[in-house]
Design a protein around this ligand. Structure first.
Ligand SMILES: NC(=O)c1ccc[n+]([C@@H]2O[C@H](COP(=O)([O-])OP(=O)(O)OC[C@H]3O[C@@H](n4cnc5c(N)ncnc54)[C@H](O)[C@@H]3O)[C@@H](O)[C@H]2O)c1
Length: 417
């Protein structure tokens, strides 16, 4: 039996997407010395962003090979940009000149800001932060790019916890406009504001998030993956059909399965598992066996040639079932779960309403802000869908947010200012 919501035709237009205009503001680059620890995917990208914005950048990695790979990659990437006329030769040379590869952390003594982007391990991060404190000046801001570790836990290892903050870029850092700024419980408000000003000056869109698991994006986006997998596990539709439904009816750039294969099922599974554990095993965030199996089999997605899809050459990709009613049902179910999560994040004051909407559009390319989408559809309609799911399954995973209930009851719109 299909346990899917039926969307009332009169509400269908509200589920159609529009691309929101960019609200990028013009800012001025602050000249400063920036240290980056870790020269992997994120560290190298963040270093390039800082160097492009005229900062003097020092990059350190405990693995000399990773460091020299990052140096080589920067040169290759910049040459490509010059060939495509996205950069002039002089600009590319300036970025290279601005970037120095440090062989020891001791070279970070003059830094104004250090962003750590090393392995996702609390103990290793704590050790790096305590070492850093013995090297940099008392004015230096110490930031972590962690996706899932509490900034408060990292700060707790430091003698001066007040200058520790989360500065969370999205992958690839050179392209994704969003950066979440996460003050720890101990962070001085001036450090939060300074961090925001610096990252704004690099042309990024910053949002401030409470230090809770997944911050804004990695919390609210969970149902995009989890509910899609659930629909698949119940045999309602296959990967290709679910992906097609989310692209066709939702205006999402990528369906959940192609997106997980792009992100990497190792990364995505670990984020899911960590968020669930850190929420004290909240059922809404429970991981799936489907994704765990892919993780265990090392079917990580595009990077290993196999994930939900098979990327081997000459493999014909499965065709979706282009059944419009089925697509609408799939899209409605996933969207209502996402909206419920966004409304709950608002209820728990994880971020300001406009920041929640901005984060999902600029961090994961959602076609609309979820709170704005809730206003368009009507909280009462979203609540009716959530209640139907909850009554059908009798699972806490489908529990509607108390704020969604209040909005529906009072016929209120969310104030997005
Ligand atoms: N990959 C993503 O999509 C993504 C997105 C946002 C945030 N993050 C976060 O950014 C951080 C880095 O992720 P990544 O994907 O760039 O990892 P990565 O594995 O690509 O790179 C990590 C680098 O850190 C180096 N390193 C490890 N321990 C070190 C130490 N003690 N001192 C110095 N260097 C050390 C490694 O040699 C490696 O080069 C993690 O905290 C991750 O959660 C990742």
């Amino acid at each position: 039996m299909l346990f899917l919501y039926k969307i009332n035709n009169s509400n269908c237009t509200a589920f159609n997407c529009n691309f929101a205009p960019s609200n990028k503001t013009t800012t001025h680059t602050l000249k400063m010395i920036v240290g980056i620890i870790g020269s992997g995917a994120m560290g190298a990208g963040i270093a390039q962003v800082a160097a492009t914005n005229n900062c003097t950048v020092l990059v350190y990695d405990s693995n000399a090979e990773a460091l020299s790979k990052a140096e080589q990659k920067l040169k290759t990437d910049l040459s490509k940009l010059v060939v495509k006329a996205k950069l002039t030769q002089a600009e590319a040379e300036a970025i290279i000149t601005n970037t120095t590869y440090a062989t020891a952390l001791a070279q970070f003594a003059q830094c104004d800001l250090v962003i750590e982007a090393i392995v996702e391990n609390l103990e290793v991060k704590k050790q790096v932060f305590t070492t850093l404190e013995t090297i940099v000046s008392s004015q230096c801001i110490l930031a972590s790019n962690t996706s899932s570790i509490a900034i408060t836990s990292i700060a707790a290892a430091c003698a001066n916890a007040e200058r520790v903050v989360g500065i969370h870029f999205f992958n690839p850092a050179t392209i994704m406009p969003l950066v979440e700024i996460i003050p720890a419980l101990q962070t001085n408000n001036d450090i939060t504001l300074k961090s925001k000003t610096i990252i704004d000056s690099w042309g990024k869109t910053t949002v401030v998030a409470k230090d809770t698991p997944g911050f804004i994006v990695n919390r609210i986006a969970r149902p995009y993956y989890g509910e899609a997998i659930r629909i698949y596990e119940e045999g309602i539709a296959d990967f290709a059909t679910i992906d097609w439904a989310m692209r066709e009816y939702g205006g999402f750039k990528m369906g959940p399965f192609e997106l997980m294969d792009f992100i990497g099922n190792d990364v995505n599974y670990k984020v899911t598992e960590t968020v669930w554990q850190q929420f004290f095993y909240e059922p809404r965030f429970k991981p799936s066996f489907t994704q765990k199996n892919l993780f265990d089999a090392q079917y990580f997605g595009r990077k290993t040639g196999r994930g939900y899809y098979n990327y081997a050459p000459n493999v014909v990709q499965p065709e979706p079932d282009k059944n419009e009613m089925l697509a609408k049902d799939i899209f409605t179910r996933i969207l209502c779960m996402l909206i419920n999560e966004a409304v709950d994040a608002l209820y728990l004051k994880i971020a300001a309403p406009a920041d929640i909407d901005n984060a999902m559009q600029k961090g994961v390319n959602y076609p609309k802000g979820l709170l704005h989408w809730c206003n368009q559809i009507g909280a009462h309609v979203v609540l009716a869908h959530m209640n139907e799911l909850y009554n059908t399954y009798q699972e806490d995973r489908y529990r509607p947010s108390i704020l969604l209930k209040r909005l529906a009851q009072n016929g209120e719109l969310i104030d997005l200012i």
